[in-house]
Design a protein around this ligand. Structure first.
Ligand SMILES: C[S@@+](CC[C@H](N)C(=O)[O-])C[C@H]1O[C@@H](n2cnc3c(N)ncnc32)[C@H](O)[C@@H]1O
Length: 250
């Protein structure tokens, strides 16, 4: 039986690690560390730095190359499913190579494993013969970091919030049922597809990290500014992750 602990590490600030996450990391026999492509080297570096700062030499670290999604596979769901299988195989190889020696394996998950993250789905693909028991340690999400950075509440009084993606916003617009939406995984500043009248935006990139940049205001005014700031920041750092909240003004 192997215990697989998915440890939320926050979104790039080394101080996001909770005391619980720290203890769980230290109790692991083995930590699996994905190597990202060059454009996301900063993300891999955060995980490496956390291990360097907090782990003793007896904790094993196994780095693996993240498999690449095969763009020729369709439909999209099968492409993602195949990719998840390939990642599960990497985990299995790393755990299997130390069979009998590891009982607690840790994965350091960006933000929290519950929010736009596939780690739990990949864990389901591990073979039953491994007898894996999965546990989750909560982490600080990018959405929490964004609302904290702007010092705003996510919801208005008694109202729901919809968390969605850039693609959904482009395809379906601002849902009529929500007055507040949070948008993630948006590489295209999809708010540009909306009629900006009466919408406010709170935007952030690299939230929680030293590179953090924030902008907020009426979408009609700050929208174009966000687009050019995002382009410049991406050029400067070689990568970007951004997130925003949109709210209909009352
Ligand atoms: C694959 S999802 C992972 C989300 C993560 N599990 C969480 O709890 O925040 C990646 C998306 O999260 C958002 N994100 C993650 N880290 C971020 C950061 N430091 N700054 C801004 N957005 C971030 C971006 O919208 C990015 O496209």
């Amino acid at each position: 039986m192997v215990e697989l602990v998915l440890i939320g590490i926050g979104t790039g600030n080394l101080e996001h690690l909770t005391l619980q996450a720290l203890r769980e990391m230290r109790e692991c026999d083995l930590i699996l560390l994905p190597r990202k492509g060059d454009d996301k080297a900063a993300l891999a570096e955060v995980r490496q730095e956390l291990c360097a700062q907090h782990l003793e030499s007896e904790t094993g670290i196994s780095e693996f190359d993240m498999p690449v999604r095969d763009a020729s596979v369709s439909p999209y769901k099968k492409r993602v499913d195949d990719w998840h299988e390939a990642i599960a195989k990497c985990w299995l190889d790393a755990i299997g190579s130390q069979a009998g020696e590891v009982s607690k394996v840790g994965l350091l998950v960006w933000g929290d494993p519950s929010l736009y993250d596939s780690t739990l789905r990949i864990a389901e693909k591990l073979p039953e013969s491994l007898q894996v028991k999965v546990r989750v340690v909560a982490g600080i999400t990018s959405l929490q970091c964004l609302t904290a950075a702007h010092a705003i509440t996510l919801n208005t009084i008694g109202e729901p919030v919809l968390i969605t993606t850039g693609r959904q916003l482009r395809d379906n617009g601002f849902p009529a049922s929500a007055d507040t939406i949070a948008v993630m995984l948006d590489g295209e500043c999809s708010f540009q597809t909306l009629d900006p009248a009466g919408i406010e935006i709170w935007w952030g990139a690299y939230v929680g990290m030293p590179e953090q940049v924030l902008l907020s205001g009426a979408l009609s005014e700050v929208g174009p500014e966000i687009v050019s700031l995002r382009t410049a920041a991406r050029k400067q750092h070689g990568w970007i992750m951004d997130i925003y909240v949109l709210r209909r003004s009352t």
